[in-house]
Design a protein around this ligand. Structure first.
Ligand SMILES: Cc1cc2nc3c(=O)[nH]c(=O)nc-3n(C[C@H](O)[C@H](O)[C@H](O)COP(=O)(O)OP(=O)(O)OC[C@H]3O[C@@H](n4cnc5c(N)ncnc54)[C@H](O)[C@@H]3O)c2cc1C
Length: 385
């Protein structure tokens, strides 16, 4: 807001695209809980969702800081990148750990928008945050794996051709270490629906296209196993850092949208014969949210920089996600308060964005789990679970 922007051309291009999808577009979808197909198609055609796919596979070959700038701008324009953000980071597991044949087969089609890889199936109803306790199994049967189990909160499954799935290939008791025995598969859901996968949408407080999945003897070709059997947990961990950084950038975009909206309104709204923004009781919460957002933004930039440099960034990615989610939620609350009763009116878009940004204190990782990670892995405090 006050300093020169990073990636000004990319940001400007994203803003121009987003201007074609104003508030009424999102409100109409929100009422119906409908998927923003036109928006996702426009982003795909413009190459933004292939930002992190290298040019040799037809992607834009951009850096993580550039990808973060794209997601931030989408949110800052009042749009909702949750409809498609996974397309950016889910393919990272395939890119880093897939075989040359797998990459050649899938990545160009994803980059061209012919195939959507929007779904990432980790969470299960009984394991929750305890990912290593997941129960979905994949059992080798000749040149296939047979998948049985259930996933919960698998977002965008109905709008994705491919699903990155983590399942147990070695029983927990027989695994060498806590993290061994899980494997990652690229599941072609176009072949599965009706023959092994059931997708049930879950209606939530915001428009998020999330679902639960049931696998009933789903046959997945063994050639769709990514990397080595049993090493899957390690493969998805680095993808999770990318996910946290990009979602943190989205929260920064949300916070900027709320702060901008509140600032404009506080200048215009006249009560007691003067703009409400003339009262320090209204100014200070806006200034405080701006300060909080800027501090979180620095951590997002730091995490993205370390990720791009190939350095370990678990600490920074977690802190960026947490600080940015707190900043966006504080800004959402402040924006609503600044607008008084109008904050609740649908046509201001505030109540919609308020509902949307609340998610990021819970997903993709909840506050306590971030704090626990920092306590144990950064500060060396005793393991609590
Ligand atoms: C709209 C939406 C979309 C989602 N999309 C996806 C997706 O696409 N793919 C996917 O795999 N998952 C997805 N998720 C799942 C999301 O990642 C989880 O909801 C999140 O990680 C929290 O897990 P949980 O809901 O099972 O909560 P739980 O693990 O049941 O935790 C409940 C609460 O208890 C706290 N808690 C748990 N254990 C401890 C502990 N030891 N110490 C302190 N506090 C603890 C947690 O912090 C949390 O506040 C989505 C969730 C939602 C709501």
């Amino acid at each position: 807001m006050t300093r020169p922007e990073t990636f000004p051309e990319i940001r400007e291009a994203v803003r121009r695209l987003c201007a074609r999808f104003p508030g009424p577009y999102w409100r109409a979808l929100d009422r119906e809980r409908a998927y923003p197909t036109e928006f996702v198609t426009a982003l795909t055609k413009a190459g933004f969702l292939a930002a992190l796919i290298p040019e040799e596979y037809g992607g834009s070959g951009l850096s993580m800081p550039a990808a973060a700038a794209i997601m931030e701008e989408i949110q800052a324009a009042g749009c909702n990148g949750a409809a498609c953000h996974a397309q950016m980071y889910t393919m990272g597991t395939l890119l880093r750990h897939g075989s040359p044949a797998q990459k050649a087969r899938w990545l160009p089609a994803i980059a061209a928008g012919e195939l959507r890889l929007q779904a990432f199936g980790v969470t299960e109803p009984t394991s929750g945050s305890d990912t290593l306790n997941l129960r979905t199994t994949a059992v080798r049967d000749g040149d296939h794996y047979i998948i049985n189990g259930q996933k919960l909160w698998t977002s965008r499954a109905e709008h994705s051709d491919l699903l990155l799935l983590i399942a147990r290939t070695t029983p927990r008791e027989a695994a060498k270490t806590r993290t061994d025995g899980l494997s990652v598969f690229l599941v072609d859901m176009r072949l599965g629906q009706g023959t092994g996968i059931t997708i049930n949408p879950i209606r939530t407080m915001m428009n998020h296209a999330t679902t639960e999945l049931f696998f009933d003897d789903l046959r997945v070709p063994a050639e769709n196993l990514i990397g080595e059997e049993g090493q899957g947990f390690r493969y998805i961990l680095s993808g999770m850092n990318a996910e946290r950084i990009l979602i943190a950038a989205e929260c920064i975009g949300d916070a900027k949208w709320f702060i901008g909206k509140a600032t404009d309104y506080a200048k215009e709204r006249i009560v007691f014969g003067r703009p409400i923004g003339q009262n320090q009781g209204v100014q200070f919460p806006i200034a405080r949210c701006y300060m909080q957002m800027r501090a979180a933004e620095l951590m997002v930039h730091e995490a993205a920089r370390l990720y791009e440099a190939g350095e370990d960034c678990g600490e920074q990615a977690n802190m960026a996600k947490q600080l940015a989610a707190e900043a966006s939620w504080a800004a959402a609350d402040m924006c609503l308060q600044t607008h008084g009763g109008f904050g609740f009116a649908e046509e201001f878009d505030i109540e919609r964005k308020f509902r949307e940004t609340r998610l990021y204190s819970v997903a993709p990782i909840s506050t306590n789990l971030v704090l626990s990670y920092l306590a144990e892995h950064v500060l060396g405090l005793p393991r609590s679970y």
